[in-house]
Design a protein around this ligand. Structure first.
Ligand SMILES: [Fe+2]
Length: 388
């Protein structure tokens, strides 16, 4: 459910509004306790089944820097990072996500995180010594959506590698940019995240008010995390930023040269949502990794919220290239605080894939012109025809 008033069509073909046009009819209660002051998404902890294969993918191919490693776990960071890590690869039996971790502004924010989630009735665990190497006092929770969220402030500082051009590669990953989570009820997720202090920057809806996805930020970019409608809780992807588009093309060239092109799931391309240039990869366990560059500044309090029509064929790819089915259907399991996989709950709202492709779906390039650009009825708006 949502309200579609007070929005303005832009010359680019999407709507803008001042307040996120998303309302939940099944909200998570708003705690009385104030939310912790979250700075940014900081790291993801992944369980991988073959540590050597994952190391080859993330270190040898993608060039992330190893902060520390042993036979069980590898701590990795991006070029500009000064905290201990942005990605943990931990060896385990079941490929999954163990933590989505956010950095908070001050140590006191951890007390706030405990009170916030206690009030929501969530399972909360705090460890003064941290849950991982390099990170101090931390709070981990099973959040109301079933995701393992972590909050910390203290981190060991390590060298920022920005000036080490002697080590940089053509596809250099410079920052952790965002997470993307799959959840059945996007409006419910958005309301909870707004209570946690996040602000919506973009969303995808239809005329009936079904919300298919929403992007939310703390740092002044398009997002720190996004909620994608689907069977969940699952992890859709973790995303690293490059400085330029050519860095993303270099990653594609390298994967081709290594006969690893099957790691490329989707792209490269230009997103409609976020305006960023993108590439989606799958790691050896199938965990999805996005490489992304050149979204836009969102830090003003009156930053316009962008709403895309789910039938707009340029929302997911500005050039109109189709989204492969696996991108809609696949995701990584997430773990509870005991390390067991969270049960996956089916989405009951319409699926984005079903309403945009196939017999029951449609997409347009120009609104009101649902027969496609030059291939007529057969193309259903997809210039490449019937792949989907
Ligand atoms: Fe993304």
């Amino acid at each position: 459910m949502t309200h579609l008033d007070d929005r303005t069509m832009t010359s680019s073909g999407f709507y803008v509004s001042q307040e996120a046009p998303i309302v939940s009819d099944n909200p998570v209660p708003t705690p009385q306790a104030p939310a912790p002051d979250i700075l940014r998404c900081a790291y993801m902890e992944l369980i991988v089944t073959d540590l050597a294969a994952s190391r080859q993918f993330y270190v040898d191919i993608l060039g992330l820097y190893v902060t520390e490693e042993d036979d069980e776990v590898i701590y990795l960071r991006s070029t500009e990072e000064f905290i201990h890590h942005n990605l943990i690869l931990r060896k385990g039996e079941l490929a999954a996500v163990r933590a989505f971790s956010y950095r908070v502004r001050a140590p006191e924010d951890l007390d706030k995180a405990v009170a916030f989630y206690d009030e929501l009735g969530c399972r909360v665990e705090r460890r003064q010594e941290g849950f991982t190497k390099g990170i101090g006092d931390s709070v981990r929770v099973e959040d109301p959506l079933g995701f393992p969220y972590e909050f910390f402030h203290q981190s060991e500082h390590v060298e920022r590698m920005s000036w080490r051009y002697d080590l940089h590669i053509p596809g250099e990953l410079v920052r952790l940019d965002h997470f993307n989570q799959i959840t059945p009820d996007v409006p419910r997720a958005v309301k909870y995240m707004q209570d946690l202090g996040f602000r919506v920057t973009e969303d995808i809806q239809d005329d009936e008010g079904t919300v298919y996805a929403a992007w939310m930020r703390r740092k002044p970019t398009v997002h720190d995390t996004a909620m994608t409608g689907g069977d969940g809780p699952r992890m859709h992807h973790v995303c690293f930023a490059t400085h330029e588009k050519h860095n993303i093309l270099a990653i594609c060239d390298k994967l081709g040269a290594l006969r690893r092109s099957d790691s490329i799931e989707r792209g490269p391309g230009r997103h409609g949502v976020s305006n960023a240039f993108y590439l989606y990869l799958r790691d050896p366990d199938g965990h999805r990794v996005e490489v992304y560059t050149q979204d836009y500044y969102t830090g003003d309090p009156d930053n316009p919220v962008v709403t895309w029509d789910v039938h707009d064929n340029q929302r997911r790819d500005w050039w109109g290239n189709p989204v492969v089915p696996s991108w809609y259907t696949d995701g990584s399991l997430v773990l509870d605080l005991d390390g067991n996989p969270q049960p996956v709950i089916e989405r009951t709202d319409n699926s984005e894939m079903a309403v945009t492709v196939g017999a029951d779906g449609f997409s347009y390039t120009r609104e009101g012109d649902q027969d496609g650009t030059y291939q007529g009825e057969a193309a259903k708006g997809f210039k490449l025809g019937h792949q989907l």
